[in-house]
Design a protein around this ligand. Structure first.
Ligand code: AQP
Length: 345
């Protein structure tokens, strides 16, 4: 890649929370697509540890999960020589810009965010439940993550569309006050095949890494046998015909979606191949396909985690590159809102 080509590439940015081991939902819905797109865009992929503490975490586990997330990115095929891989807290500008954006975001806007409503309700909701202000202002930090890098495109799932819309609103609001070139207004990147993987135990919900039921999610750390067992126990639907119908047959449809996301086969091709077969066949074969896809990533991740020196060098390099880019935007914003620049004294 020549410098000229690098400059013409649009900026793409995305991240995962190191809130537990990553799941095949994180892999098939996000990381696998990043790998496909990594050379077409100028990519920044990171682990959002600042976001993760909006829900209480064990400090040691979070450090381990953060290393593991970055190792998984590399094991899944991201090339640290081309892509900027880093940890959010290593770039202080994320938190600094978030403060400024907080002052341009309205309480009414944040109150409408469905993720806040869902996550606070999951904590019990209501008064006295110690819902943190961080959980409430999470979308502002996400806006900061995106706007700091003058990002063109953000791959988003259905669940994050509302947050990206808020990011756009805040960017446009500030651009109207401080000049159109303050922030690039980002666009959502809708993947051609956006895999949304559901819980194996409750297929009406998405698969989540912090689901308390370990059988609901396949983690990228699961052994081959555990993967097979979890898929054998996956909840399927009434009837016996294998068809894709997300409403009427969410369990069966989820297994077909997993297969399609891994193999690239179309839904009709898969459904035809299961004509006359039982749910049991679908579960066993999905198990084998998942094992084949996940085992190499798991094994490579474990190897990378044994070489902390290498991972640290990737993280230092990524932080340095991200800091330099972030600094340009933060400096511009500080100047425009009226702060005295330390470098001008
Ligand atoms: N089940 C899923 N299917 C498809 N994509 C998914 N993603 C997450 N779950 C699925 C995508 O993974 C990326 C990173 O997500 P995140 O870690 O920032 O937070 P999340 O969406 O809240 O993921 P989890 O696993 O549900 O985490 P917890 O349990 O901590 O809240 C995003 O691109 C997301 O769309």
């Amino acid at each position: 890649m020549t410098p000229a080509q690098t400059q013409t590439r649009k900026v793409m940015l995305s991240a995962v929370q190191p809130s537990n081991h990553l799941t095949i939902g994180n892999y098939l819905g996000a990381i696998k697509n990043w790998v496909k797109l990594q050379h077409d865009y100028e990519c920044l992929f990171f682990a959002v540890d600042l976001h993760t503490i909006t829900v209480r975490q064990d400090p040691k586990e979070m450090r381990d999960q953060t290393y593991r997330a970055i190792a998984t990115y590399i094991a899944a095929g991201l090339d640290p020589k081309d892509v900027t891989l880093f940890v959010q807290s290593h770039v202080p500008a994320h938190a600094e810009l978030a403060w400024v954006l907080n002052c341009f975001t309205y309480i009414g806007e944040l109150s409408r965010m469905t993720q806040f409503k869902d996550k606070s309700a999951a904590k019990g909701g209501g008064e006295g439940q110690n819902i943190s202000a961080g959980l409430f202002t999470y979308p502002v930090l996400m806006a900061s993550d995106i706007l700091l890098y003058q990002t063109d495109l953000v791959p988003v799932g259905e669940d994050q569309k509302q947050h990206l819309e808020l990011t756009r609103d805040v960017a446009i609001r500030m651009n109207n006050i401080y000049g159109k070139d303050t922030f690039k207004v980002p666009e959502p990147y809708i993947a051609q095949v956006a895999a949304r993987i559901a819980s194996l135990q409750n297929p009406d919900q998405k698969m989540s890494k912090s689901d308390p039921d370990p059988n609901a999610s396949i983690f990228l750390t699961d052994s081959d046998d555990v993967i097979r067992k979890k898929l054998k126990r996956a909840i399927t639907d009434s009837g016996s015909e294998i068809t894709y119908d997300a409403e009427a047959k969410p369990g069966v449809s989820n297994l077909l979606t997993i297969q399609s996301a891994i193999t690239g086969k179309s839904m009709s091709e898969l459904v035809n191949s299961y004509a006359g077969k039982q749910y049991g066949h679908l579960k066993v074969e999905t198990g084998e396909i998942v094992v084949e896809a996940i085992a190499p990533i798991r094994n490579k991740t474990e190897l990378l985690l044994k070489d902390l020196g290498y991972l640290n060098s990737i993280l230092k390099d990524g932080a340095e590159k991200a800091r330099a880019r972030a600094h340009t935007t933060l400096k511009r914003v500080y100047e425009r809102v009226g702060f005295i620049g330390l470098d001008q004294l």
